[in-house]
Write a protein that binds this ligand. Structure first.
Ligand code: G4P
Ligand code: NA
Ligand code: NA
Length: 194
């Protein structure tokens, strides 16, 4: 997605060989008009998948997931990372390990909002090692729903997640794939559209 790549080049900051800061439009400040374009792009890529629910993880997944939900006209559910006062019954949970933080966190979704007949599109802002997306898939599978696709805003192609998810045989669409962040330069992977 050219608009996204332009935005990354113009507003992103390469913090290290492995970390890209995009607080200006994705992880802190949100550009709603741009985010709507992200939603349209996800919708176009998954329109033939008969999606009935979108599943994401708080907090940075919520904006792109909501815009995709608006376009596909389906509900958006965000997994919680912290225990909720009111969300206590009927919980589906998964453990998500962060390689960066070297911590495991429990994410949870109420079974009330995902059923066996759902076709779920998992959306997240970043794909690094894939643990968050795998946790969301796990939750959908616990509900016996079908994971019909995974949509990622920015994939770091030099980390393991993309391979791990594609090995599961699910359609993964990343709107920008970064090959390298070395020398403070963002190098994108050549786009090959199926
Ligand atoms: P990891 O094992 O490589 O750390 O991956 P993990 O999926 O655990 O990522 C931890 C957090 O860091 C996630 O956000 C993820 O989206 C984010 N992240 C991973 N790589 C990058 C990167 O290069 N740039 C940016 N900006 N973020 C990255 P989170 O803790 O869930 O936070 P939230 O923003 O969703 O609240
Ligand atoms: Na994030
Ligand atoms: Na995230």
């Amino acid at each position: 997605m050219d608009l996204l790549k332009e935005k990354i080049v113009a507003e992103g900051k390469v913090l290290s060989d492995t970390v890209l800061k995009v607080d200006a439009f994705l992880n802190h400040q949100i550009d709603p008009v741009f985010m709507q374009e992200i939603g349209k792009e996800f919708a176009n890529r998954f329109r033939d998948k008969n999606i009935t629910k979108i599943l994401t993880l708080e907090s940075s997944g919520i904006a792109p997931a909501t815009m995709a939900g608006l376009e596909l006209d389906v509900p958006v559910i965000f997994a919680r990372k912290r225990q909720s006062l009111t969300l206590t019954n009927n919980l589906l949970t998964a453990d998500v390990y962060s390689f960066t933080k070297q911590t495991t966190s429990k994410i949870s979704v109420s079974h009330d909002f995902i059923q066996a007949d759902d076709r779920v599109l998992v959306i997240d802002d970043f794909l690094a090692n894939g643990q968050a997306a795998l946790g969301l898939m796990d939750i959908a599978e616990q509900a016996e729903a079908t994971v019909a696709g995974i949509g990622i805003v920015i994939e770091k192609g030099f980390q393991e997640g993309g391979q791990a998810l594609r090995d599961k045989g699910v359609k993964v669409e990343s709107l920008a794939i970064i090959d390298s962040l070395e020398n403070k330069q963002v190098v994108f992977k050549e786009e090959v559209r199926q």
